[in-house]
Design a protein around this ligand. Structure first.
Ligand code: NPG
Length: 366
């Protein structure tokens, strides 16, 4: 497949409501989309990087700059997703920028061969159960109303963002209101230290599925020490940027579950490698989210349909974050989303909506 040019497009996506985590509050997403134009058709990739480097070290302006200056010029004239991945290995880090480019190339490649992401990646399900991520609220009543709304919509799992000062009480309130049957987990986004171990152990009383990324992203050893002091399984997110990281975390006992985000790990090929490794070790995985539009969401749903994804992911419906998605919306049915079956990622931007939200476009001829 020969690439004739690549479009770097920025879109402004206002969130339906502010989304607060331990590292800040998101009000809108400034999203970088990569469109690869090839001799066999187009492909789309969505960059997960946020406006500021708060989730991890990446941010969207840096991703676009890196794509323009280094990643796109490094692509071989004739390319497929594997060749692109190999070509980009010469550059350190910046997994989200690399993932967006590799995904766009994989999308173009699969649209040309007529194969869906789900089929190519090895999905074994036609729909996936969906969890939802609930931000830090201003009060317990507000939190309970939000959770109630999502439970009524049919979400099969609730994830609560936590931080010091907002952890045990919100979890206790949700458990008391919604009972012990509700699948419930928490996400700290690295807000705690090992000194908080005794406090975090108080969460063991609430039968949580997992506690996600309690400690710093670069500290597997302390996560392993914390794991020995909790009964709640530890799930890692920010700490796992590759299959090698996943192998080290499992070997050290730093986690019992892994949240796989294709952007964070450099793309869907590495995401599948992590899935395969975890499956071989009996480590459950689930698909995390970065507030993706329908383009990234479509590819994530396909990934979430692989056999080792045994826990509901953050693959929520489009309307969880956006009043109008740039693709036909993904809508929950009985707590599940249908896995796209059309070639490639299986969906396309709606031209008028995309034009409406576009802030800049940049064309790079190859
Ligand atoms: O549903 C989604 O797409 C978001 C799920 C979610 O909570 N993402 C978190 C996270 O740390 O995993 C997040 C990432 C980046 C920015 C905000 C929130």
């Amino acid at each position: 497949m020969k690439i004739t040019g690549i479009e770097l497009r920025r879109i402004a996506m206002p969130l339906r409501a502010p989304f607060r985590t331990s590292f800040g509050t998101e009000h809108d997403r400034d999203v970088l989309l990569v469109r690869v134009v090839t001799t066999h058709g187009d492909g789309w990739g969505e960059c997960a990087a946020m406006t500021a480097p708060r989730y991890n070290h990446e941010y969207v302006d840096a991703a676009q700059d890196l794509l323009r200056r280094h990643l796109i010029p490094a692509l071989p004239a004739t390319v497929d997703a594997h060749a692109a991945g190999r070509a980009l290995e010469q550059f350190k880090g910046h997994k989200m920028a690399k993932a967006a480019l590799e995904t766009a190339i994989l999308d173009a490649q699969l649209r040309a061969t007529g194969e869906s992401f789900a089929s190519y990646l090895g999905a074994d399900r036609a729909s996936v159960p969906c969890g939802v991520s609930v931000g830090i609220a201003d009060s317990l009543p507000e939190l309970l109303d939000t959770v109630d709304d999502f439970v009524q919509q049919g979400y099969v799992r609730i994830k609560l963002k936590i931080e010091p000062g907002w952890d045990v009480e919100p979890v206790r309130a949700v458990r008391e209101r919604f009972g012990d049957q509700l699948l419930l987990q928490v996400d700290a986004n690295a807000a705690y230290t090992l000194a908080d171990a005794r406090h975090l152990a108080r969460l063991d009383a609430f039968d949580l599925l997992l506690i996600e990324q309690p400690l710093a992203d670069d500290d597997l050893v302390q996560h392993a020490q914390l794991a020995r002091r909790l009964t709640t399984p530890i799930c890692l997110d920010e700490s796992i940027e590759s299959a090698a990281h996943a192998a080290a975390a499992i070997t050290l006992g730093a986690c019992q579950i892994i949240n796989i985000k294709p952007g964070r790990v450099g793309g869907y090929l590495e995401a599948r490698r992590i899935h395969d490794l975890c499956r071989a070790h009996g480590v459950p995985v689930w698909c995390g989210g970065m507030l993706e539009t329908g383009l990234g969401r479509a590819a994530n749903i396909a990934l979430a349909a692989l056999p080792g994804f045994t826990l509901p992911g953050d693959t929520s419906a489009s309307n969880r974050y956006y009043a109008t998605d740039i693709t036909p919306p993904f809508e929950l049915t009985d707590g599940h989303l249908e896995v796209p079956t059309a070639p490639g990622i299986g969906t396309d931007p709606v031209p008028d909506v995309l034009a409406e939200v576009t802030t800049t476009t940049e064309w790079i001829a190859l």
